[in-house]
Design a protein around this ligand. Structure first.
Ligand SMILES: *[C@@H]1O[C@H](CO)[C@@H](O)[C@H](O)[C@H]1NC(C)=O
Ligand SMILES: *[C@@H]1O[C@H](CO)[C@@H](O)[C@H](O)[C@H]1NC(C)=O
Ligand SMILES: *[C@@H]1O[C@H](CO)[C@@H](O)[C@H](O)[C@H]1NC(C)=O
Ligand SMILES: *[C@@H]1O[C@H](CO)[C@@H](O)[C@H](O)[C@H]1NC(C)=O
Length: 795
């Protein structure tokens, strides 16, 4: 870290240009686990909705679950077991008052629990929307009872008014950091630090432009730091980008950081400027050495046309490096009102903006942001953008998937048999599934998808407990718990090894797929191959003895064969000859094959084989075999074996064959044999800027020329894939497609805020604001911003 600077005004550009091929394989989960199968446990209570606020207390073995007008205490090992609860309902007066303001009495004018944090061993801090009148208080859990303490307090700025508005908060050493909206309309964003002991509000900010707050987390950067770095609170959000010269409303994703120790606020902003991508959730994968901690973030397109979600990972140190060492951009006026940003090559002030207060800075007498010389502050205000880009880990997304949008993420780091650690991502989707995925050296692999909710609805909360090995998910209608791994789901050695699940390995002696952790000592005998997916050590599977049936001419005959992997290709053999699905006589569908209008010539041996391909190797496995013996077409001739109900291979109907064969059971589920989903390229860029929160102001925007190249989501941008007939994109030229997205930095500082600052440096901003048709009524104008800061920022 370079010396100096209290305000970490770090700006940078995050880029995730990575595009890798999203083939059908890379996107398709290997297994699909339907609802209610496996080890899912569910909690819901009649009349209660919105199970979206969770506080895991592994120390107490409890999960505190906040819903609508209730907080439940559940057993962390089995959340269907409820210990106790507290109801916290709105009063009739509040509800009526709320409906007078035009809100819905039954949905909006209720008390939605939104904040639930541990204060000390048996106390928690809790806030609810309370019919658009946010209110906070303490809860005590003692002797198996949960109580809401009587003294309640104003929750404005800590908890949203509107239950559907996103917000974020975190409790650190007795201080509540919250990012939410301050007013009824939800138009006045605020980032607040409130001490619960001494009632004191340290910081408010209005440099945000219609932000959607996503996540806050703490990185203990002071630990083991020889340079005396401060802890930092990172805040992730997206907001309306006024800095781009773009005709429509454009949201960008950012990360901001605040120095935890001193007075200085600073914020790095990670932007994800590509048009369609917005940050949805963030998970901090903590490492005992904070430098190895990683932020995992979920992005989804902001336009409805694309359906590709992404996960990117950013290392904490990579961000810091850009902030402390990156170069700046400076604005140049091109036409009278047109501003272009170019790299700044002039002198940097001392202390350098963008570095944090550390020991070297302290030696120079700089302890707080306020001590920074005006020269540094002014520099930041004029040139808030960094020129450099920060790469996400591996230079690209960890995962890309088409289909239902990702909503939430949690990540677990697992030590596998090979002694290496793998980050297993659990990603909630908008239709109630969790995708369990790993990135193996750049290869995206979805181990399985688990349907957690019976009906499609978004996963709103995910919590992961490595202690219990469980994942907890919350939604509108229920809270659900699933095990991080269920090795018993893998039924054979091939299934177990090809699953490439870091939690599981095959134990040949017991012929079982077992959890790796429970068998640490005897790993020599276990089979696991994560990176290679090499299952050649698996004992060769035994043959399958054929079931025999009588063939009745003229019938349609259904033979079942369902592979246990979505990645396996099913092959049928008839009398040892490969059977061609292209033959009109056969219908290949999800659960087997149908022989249409069978004749005596169709009698013989049918064998079904599933072939899974991993890295060019093939692993065939025989799943079923059927021997069809010619019959007379006489319905009274019984089959040689009674067909089981599960696999009725013959349809003994007395009808004469109609002219069109019946496809009664086939339905729309024909196996797609080939896929057009060849790889497409996606470029994703995320830029980062640091907003100094102590400083106040929106200084910049930038203009960029031409189209917003973005990230491309394939399918969303015609120029990246030239047409439906052309499925293979040309090799990605990432550099040429990288847009110089600049990060916006707001330099905010009470002392510097004067009306003249506002008028001189923010002309464009206010014009832009007022000319923006999309601004909702009540959105802050730049003048409001400054007035607000002058009035309310206190230190
Ligand atoms: C799994 O699903 C099947 C069929 O839907 C059902 O019979 C079985 O009981 C389920 N297993 C569990 C553990 O829920
Ligand atoms: C067994 O596990 C240990 C540590 O977990 C590892 O060092 C060793 O290489 C493993 N042995 C085999 C054969 O994988
Ligand atoms: C797969 O594993 C076997 C046994 O360890 C080894 O002999 C073989 O070379 C491996 N194949 C590949 C392609 O790595
Ligand atoms: C069924 O097969 C028989 C003989 O192979 C043929 O005469 C008949 O037309 C076929 N029916 C249909 C609907 O194709």
């Amino acid at each position: 870290m370079s010396p100096l600077a209290v305000l970490c005004v770090l700006c940078g550009l995050f880029q995730a240009p990575a595009l890798s091929e999203v083939g059908t394989r890379g996107c398709k989960p290997r297994k699909s686990v339907p609802f209610d199968n496996g080890s899912i446990k569910l909690f819901r209570e009649k009349g209660v909705w919105d199970y979206s606020t969770m506080l895991l207390r592994e120390d107490l073995g409890l999960l505190f679950l906040g819903g609508r007008e209730a907080v439940f205490v559940l057993d962390i090992r089995d959340i269907s077991s409820k210990k106790t609860q507290v109801y916290w309902q709105v009063t009739d007066e509040k509800q009526i008052e709320c409906t007078y303001k035009g809100k819905n009495a039954e949905t909006e004018c209720r008390n939605y629990i939104r904040v639930l944090h541990k204060v000390d061993d048996d106390r928690m801090y809790v806030c609810g929307t309370n019919a658009f009148s946010p209110t906070c208080g303490h809860m005590t859990y003692a002797k198996g009872r949960l109580t809401l303490e009587e003294t309640l307090e104003e929750g404005k700025g800590k908890c949203p008014f509107d239950p559907v508005q996103r917000h974020s908060s975190i409790m650190i050493d007795g201080d509540l950091y919250s990012a939410t909206s301050m007013n009824f309309l939800g138009s006045e964003p605020v980032v607040l630090r409130s001490s619960l002991i001494a009632i004191r509000t340290e910081f408010k900010s209005t440099w945000l432009n219609e932000p959607v707050f996503v996540h806050m987390d703490l990185v203990r950067e002071s630990e083991g730091s020889s340079e005396g770095d401060d802890d930092k609170v990172y805040m992730f959000f997206s907001e309306n980008a006024v800095e781009y010269d773009f005709p429509n409303k454009l949201m960008v994703s950012r990360v901001a950081a605040r120095l935890q120790g001193g007075l200085g606020w600073s914020a790095d902003t990670a932007e994800e400027p590509s048009l369609p991508y917005m940050i949805q959730d963030v998970f901090l994968l903590q490492h005992s050495d904070w430098r190895k901690s990683i932020f995992y973030a979920v992005f989804t397109p902001q336009s409805g046309s694309a359906d590709l979600s992404a996960v990117c990972a950013y290392s904490v140190t990579a961000i810091g490096d850009v902030f402390s060492k990156g170069r700046y951009k400076t604005p140049v006026t091109v036409e009278t009102s047109h501003v272009k940003w170019v790299m700044y090559s002039g002198e940097l002030p001392v202390p350098r903006p963008g570095a944090c207060i550390n020991n070297a800075a302290r030696k120079q007498g700089i302890k707080y942001s306020l001590d920074l010389p005006d020269k540094t502050l002014q520099f930041v205000r004029d040139r808030p953008l960094m020129d450099e880009a920060v790469q996400p880990l591996n230079g690209g997304p960890q995962l890309l998937k088409r289909g239902p949008m990702f909503t939430r993420i949690a990540v677990d780091r697992v030590t596998a048999l090979d002694g290496h650690s793998y980050d297993v991502m659990f990603i909630g989707t908008e239709n109630g599934f969790v995708q369990k995925a790993v990135n193996y050296d750049g290869e995206m692999f979805i181990i399985e998808e688990v349907q957690l909710l019976q009906h499609p609805e978004p996963i709103k909360t995910l919590r992961l407990s490595a202690v219990t090995g469980q994942l907890y998910a919350g939604s509108e209608t229920a809270a659900v718990q699933m095990a991080l791994s269920d090795c018993g789901r893998y039924s054979s050695c091939l299934d177990c090894v090809l699953a490439r699940d870091p939690y599981c390995a095959w134990q040949p002696t017991a012929a079982l797929c077992t959890a790796v952790s429970s068998t640490h000592n005897s790993n020599r005998t276990l089979i696991q191959s994560l990176i290679d997916g090499n299952a050649s050590l698996c004992p060769s599977s035994e043959g399958v003895s054929p079931e025999s049936y009588t063939l009745i001419p003229g019938n349609n005959i259904r033979l079942q064969c369902q592979p246990d992997s979505n990645l396996a290709e099913v092959r049928w053999f008839f009398n040892d000859q490969p059977l061609r699905p292209s033959d009109a006589k056969y219908f290949l569908y999800g659960e087997g094959i149908m022989i249409l209008n069978a004749s005596a010539a169709d009698s013989g041996l049918y064998v079904c084989q599933a072939v899974e391909r991993v890295k060019g190797r093939q692993y065939p496995r025989t799943l079923a075999a059927y021997q069809l013996q010619p019959g007379e077409g006489d319905p009274e001739l019984p089959p040689t074996e009674t067909p089981s109900t599960e696999a009725p291979p013959t349809k003994s109907t007395t009808e004469t064959p109609s002219t069109t064969p019946k496809l009664l059971d086939v339905g729309p589920t024909f196996l797609a044999l080939s896929s057009n989903e060849h790889g497409k390229l996606i470029a994703m860029q995320v830029s980062v800027a640091l907003l100094s929160l102590l400083l106040v102001a929106l200084l910049t925007w930038n203009v960029f020329q031409g189209n917003l190249p973005f990230l491309g989501c394939y399918g969303a941008r015609p120029q990246t894939s030239s047409g439906p007939g052309q499925t293979q994109s040309s090799p990605p030229n990432f550099n040429s497609r990288q847009v110089p997205f600049q990060a916006k930095v707001s330099a905010e500082r009470k002392l510097l805020v004067t009306p003249s600052n506002c008028n001189t440096s923010n002309n464009h901003f206010s014009e832009e604001l007022t000319s923006n048709h999309n601004l909702p009524p009540g959105a802050v104008s730049s003048l409001d911003v400054f007035k607000y800061i002058n009035d309310e920022s206190e230190i």
